[in-house]
Design a protein around this ligand. Sequence first.
Ligand code: ADP
Length: 326
Amino acid sequence: MVKSIGILTSGGDAPGMNAALRAVVRTGIYHHCRMFAIYRGYEGLIHNEMKEMTSSSVSGICRMGGTIIQTARSKRFMDQEGRKEAYDNFKRRGLDALVVVGGDGSFRGLHAFINEFGIKGIGLPGTIDNDLYGTEYTIGFDTAMNTALDAINKIRDTANSHNRIFIVEVMGRHAGDLAIYTAIASGSEEVFIPEKIEDFSAVVGRIEKGISRGKHSSIIIVAEGDESGGAFAIKEKFSKAKPEWDIRVSILGHIQRGGSPTATDSIIASRLGYESILGLLDGKSDVMVGYQSLDRVVQFIPLEETWTKKKSIPEDWQNMAKVLAS
Ligand code: ADP
């Protein structure tokens, strides 16, 4: 029977992590569990940085960006020796389950921790990249997408005023979700994602066609992990092919991680946090709670599948982005 639960946020921060923390703590307390926040991710577990939470410890955090219990990357947790130190603190505190909000790296760590020491654990998908198999949306993705969209709208104004082409780099090392969703939402002309190698001369041809039809600007969205090498490398290629084009680069960078979560992120985080406790109390472990918006259901996916299986961007989404920009 699960009675004492620890929660930590790990890896890259994402808006909505606080809403998830609030939901986990309050649902746990509602079900008569003792709840402990572990600060600075796995590194804090190794250093025994924990605090027992009450319902009021999480008051007013639902709309806050970042994570009030902080996050970290922990080299020591990558080794069994580090994980043993973490486990000793975990046991000394009387914990029997761990909730981890993070991305695939954090889940690999949790999977190892569960299997080495026989504890219970559940993962909540917290990353702006939306790159985890088994969930339609990850906590933070919607906010990051809206932040990028707002920035691109502003860039469009200046691009139109000067007849410019803007190459806008958004986050996403291995996944093009943020790039393709923002490209569609912002009406951008082209998008480069890591999942697909673009025919560069075809891209140049399409932009040229747009210019000849009287377009005053073109926006090209690039995922930071794209095969072509990111925004500056793509600009070089364009400048070689079309030296007469006025091309500017804008890297959106860390602004995409910050800010108050959107309503959608707050709701997804709250729901997944709530369900993670119900799952643990129901005996579930070594799984991630995922969310499917169509039926508004949650599902429990084996942690290992979240990184061994690949979430793909449907081909017709890529085609749609092209058709709508033509
Ligand atoms: P994210 O969870 O956002 O993908 P990282 O990949 O940086 O972020 O992972 C966060 C932390 O999870 C790492 O700093 C490390 O402590 C732990 N971790 C990542 N991969 C592993 C692994 N294979 N084994 C054990 N721990 C891991």
